[in-house]
Design a binder for this molecule. Structure first.
Ligand code: ZN
Length: 434
């Protein structure tokens, strides 16, 4: 068991789970929870980890996988993603969330910070409630003039719907589901909207989830429109601090890094997405050295094209080494991004991210007996980060509920998810691209 607790203990031990939480960690002697004898999941020979966390995902884009390859971020958005998002219906949003969440759970991701599109966010929450993943999700906010008419909303309309969704879903499913306010990125939002989001999030105790400093073009746009560097601008409108999670931060300079560290703003590293869209390599070792909080995420399916946390961890380590040397970003440090870093980015560090008494029971069991992860005497962190893959995940528990057992999803029918997703994806592509 890799605990990720304060002393990073690796134990040969049992975990006792009750009422959705971890009750004890250690050698169990058949103790009971309350009056009932616990159900036992035999994990001998497996590696138990805290559930892995991805702090930047767009479940509404899962149906767009393979429909937007090999494009720059601007073309990717304008020619593909925005028309597809605008064509979504409640049914297609539900199907997209089910497909994405199934992939995430089967691959060992137990919690996500998700940005939906402008409309039908309630349908995504309904899917997340049903499938059993832990999720903090929010409706995308786009009120600036520059947005496509098909997605742009009036500031008041966007804020009102966000507040309604927050009232409905923040804390739902026994706290497993939470709401986040999700301005798309600085150029797609007005200053008054961003300021209002900061106030609303503080009042609701909710996170703010946005993109920042992903491309040079974005930096130039923000500079031209506001006169500020993007990180400083976001800070000036209240999008900073422990309540904020900024995806990407590829193009941050020394001042931006110092500001992010000082404010305890969460940065979410998306190495596959940054490479595939040609955005660049985020200075994650520099951000960590400055004391920044850093999580990790796959971003959306059309810019990755997998939602595989093992692929992101491996790449997060490898992508820095040509620039800073092979000693940079060792495996153990990368695993922190996908556990403790993710927990902080969701505002849930007291509840998830490590195997400790009192935390929510979000656990995964990995089978590293495959030839690709042998020999077994090798360093365990190395085997998890460099060798393991999503298909090695055997069991997944979220909030004490078994959602994956022996590699099978228990909370939904994968065949039905696939059939529905295919039908909806076909309809979306046909309606957008004829
Ligand atoms: Zn994104």
């Amino acid at each position: 068991m890799v605990t990720m607790d304060g002393s990073r203990r690796i134990l040969d031990a049992d975990v006792l789970v009750g009422d959705g939480r971890i009750k004890s960690v250690g050698r169990s002697d058949g103790r009971t929870v309350g009056r009932s004898k616990p159900a036992i999941i035999d994990c001998r020979g497996l590696v138990l980890l805290p559930g892995l966390i991805q702090a930047h995902i767009h479940l509404c884009q899962t149906l767009f996988r393979g429909l937007a390859d090999d494009l720059s971020l601007e073309n990717w958005l304008e020619k593909r993603i925005w028309p597809l998002e605008a064509a979504h219906t409640e049914d297609s949003i539900h199907a997209s969330a089910m497909l994405g969440a199934a992939e995430l759970l089967l691959g060992g991701t137990t919690a996500v910070l998700d940005m939906e599109t402008v409309r039908h966010t309630g349908a995504a929450f309904a899917a997340l409630e049903e499938i059993g993943i832990r999720a903090t999700a929010g409706k995308c906010l786009m009120d600036a003039e520059s947005n496509p008419a098909s997605l742009r909303e009036a500031t008041d309309t966007a804020l009102r719907e966000s507040a309604d969704l927050c009232a409905r879903w923040h804390g739902a499913a026994d706290g497993r589901l939470r709401y986040c306010f999700a301005p798309r990125f600085a150029p797609s939002c007005t200053g008054p909207l961003l300021r209002a989001v900061s106030d609303l999030a503080a009042r609701a105790g909710a996170m703010i989830h946005t993109h920042a400093a992903e491309t040079v073009l974005e930096l130039d746009t923000v500079k031209r429109e506001t006169g500020h560097d993007e990180i400083a601008y976001l800070d000036s409108v209240g999008i900073s601090g422990p309540r904020a999670a900024l995806a990407h931060c590829v193009w941050v300079d020394k001042d931006g890094i110092a500001r992010l560290a000082q404010q305890h703003t969460n940065v979410v590293h998306c190495p596959s997405s940054n490479l595939k869209l040609g955005s660049g390599v985020a200075p994650i070792p520099e951000l960590l050295a400055a004391g920044c909080r850093v999580g990790i995420g796959a971003d959306g399916a059309p810019c990755n094209n997998r939602l595989d946390v093992f692929a992101e961890m491996r790449l997060a380590a490898l992508v820095q080494k040509p620039r800073l040397g092979p000693e940079t970003m060792p495996a153990a440090q990368v695993l922190e991004l996908a556990t403790l870093g993710g927990a902080r980015a969701l505002g849930l560090e007291a509840d998830i991210g490590s195997i400790e008494i009192g935390k929510r029971a979000d656990l995964i069991a990995l089978d590293l007996s495959g030839v690709h992860a042998q020999p077994e005497a090798a360093d365990l962190m190395s085997r998890i980060v460099y060798s393991a893959r999503a298909a090695d995940v055997r069991h997944v528990i979220v909030d004490g509920r078994v959602v994956v057992r022996d590699g099978d999803l228990k909370t939904a029918d994968v065949r039905r998810i696939r059939t529905t997703a295919n039908a909806q994806a076909k309809r979306l592509a046909a309606s957008c691209f004829h």
